[in-house]
Design a binder for this molecule. Structure first.
Ligand SMILES: *Cc1c(COP(=O)(O)O)cnc(C)c1O
Length: 426
């Protein structure tokens, strides 16, 4: 599949049936797998043979879909997780533990921010948050001797900043650590962070990859490029024997191509168990089959709506990186030449009350805590996700009280604009 273009990989990647086998990926709805001898089973437990023994660790349906996502991203190995949150947690915890430190962009998904700043901090991992717009000097100054990774989002949810992936990759590599990119909003159709130097990619597949609001899920992909053994002192978990697996040293046995995902599966999935159900993996694959067709439409609708809003005098400001003049337009042209995504944010003139009134009047666009769905939806963070904050606190995290986040779905753009028009009283 590696010679094919991304559209072909979306449709046919990850699974090639043999003669007489199902054309669509089979849902292997089984918790366990049968073996003839205990020796056969023992080899699997020792990671000496490839195969399935318990669906908490691996399942064939999940592996077909993970293989497709690995092909889409241009990586060497991938695994599915039960959610995007689990993917972010595993990606960091696989290489950082108590006493370690991670540098992260400050404009990241709120759930990820809380995971890092509160929950993982309680586990003894420290995070330094840097602006995605920081200079190279500011970025380099954030590193410490115990730094184990750098983290950022290609297009941040909900800030819609575009990350300068090359700048972050260079700083990470200069300090001997990998760059982990959450590529949820861009999807591999829009941007493949490995081509710009990222080492690990994570996804909330709940968003555009599934694309239909049907299944919560996550994914981690390894580029296979980071040389763990060259930085063995920083990554003992990958570069020294794992006693819980008969002394296997992941980076030696599985190489740069397979060590990260094998360790995350064998240790983290074994112990935390955040596996995606095979049924959800099947739904995810249905979504991936049309990812390229849908993303194109999401971007077209996003741009049409952003242009309409920009031209309307009842709208104070619009943030959408495909708009010429947007603060991130140049970075978007470089990293996302096919378009960014369908999410647009804007401020309604008249403050909190005006934003509330406007949203109440929408008919086609629904109020939801969700984005990146086939159906258009919107959210007023001041009244929902950030409800506990007063206006000053909102501004401190870059959110005005009149901000509306609108996720443009796959409907007709004229119908979306007509709905916005009537809600604005025109
Ligand atoms: C939604 C989201 C997550 C969390 O994913 P879940 O599947 O909801 O756990 C992580 N990162 C980004 C960018 C997201 O939009």
């Amino acid at each position: 599949m590696s010679d094919y273009r991304i559209e072909t990989k979306c449709v046919q990647g990850g699974y090639t049936p043999g003669n007489g086998e199902p054309r669509q990926i089979p849902i292997v709805q089984s918790t366990t797998f049968k073996y003839a001898t205990s020796e056969d089973m023992g080899k699997l437990f020792d990671l000496e043979a490839n195969g399935y023994f318990y669906t908490r660790l691996q399942n064939p349906t999940n592996d077909y879909v993970a293989a497709k996502i690995a092909e889409l991203e241009g990586g060497t190995a991938a695994m599915l997780t039960s959610s995007g949150q689990a993917a972010s947690f595993y990606a960091i915890f696989n290489i950082a533990s108590c006493g370690d430190h991670v540098v992260s962009s400050s404009t990241i998904y709120g759930g990820t921010y809380n995971l890092f700043a509160v929950t993982m901090k309680r586990m003894g991992i420290d995070f330094t948050f840097v602006s995605p717009d920081c200079t190279e000097e500011e970025l380099n100054a954030a590193f410490r001797p115990n730094t184990k990774a750098v983290f950022g989002e290609t297009i941040a949810n909900p800030a819609l900043t575009v990350l300068d992936i090359e700048k972050f990759a260079k700083a990470a590599h200069d300090h001997g650590v990998p760059l982990i990119i959450d590529n949820t909003f861009a999807t591999p159709y829009g941007c493949r962070p490995f081509e710009w130097g990222a080492d690990i990619v994570t996804h909330s597949t709940t968003k555009y990859m599934d694309g239909h609001g049907a299944a919560v899920g996550g994914c981690i992909v390894d580029s296979g490029k980071f040389d763990w053994m060259a930085h063995a002192d920083k990554f003992p978990g990958l570069c020294t024997p794992d006693d819980s697996y008969h002394g296997v040293t992941y980076a030696e046995r599985f190489g740069n191509e397979g060590a990260f995902i094998t360790k995350a599966t064998a240790q983290l999935m074994r112990d935390f168990g955040s596996i995606q159900s095979p049924q959800n993996a099947f739904y995810l694959n249905l979504g991936l089959e049309s990812l390229h067709v849908r993303m194109k439409r999401h971007c077209e609708n996003g741009l049409a709506v952003a242009k309409y809003l920009q031209s309307n005098d009842k709208i104070e400001w619009v943030t959408y990186a495909d708009l010429p003049g947007d603060k991130y337009h140049e970075l978007a042209k470089k990293y996302l030449p096919n378009g960014t995504c369908g999410v647009v944010s804007f401020g309604v003139k008249g403050g909190r009350k005006a934003a509330e009134e406007f949203m109440k009047k929408l008919k086609l666009i629904a109020i939801e805590t969700h984005v990146a769905d086939a159906r258009s939806c919107c959210l007023h963070p001041a009244n929902a996700t950030h409800r506990q904050m007063n206006d000053d606190e909102l501004i401190a995290c870059g959110i005005t009280n009149n901000l509306v986040r609108l996720s443009c779905g796959l409907e007709n753009a004229e119908d979306l604009i007509a709905d916005l028009k009537q809600a604005l009283g025109e």
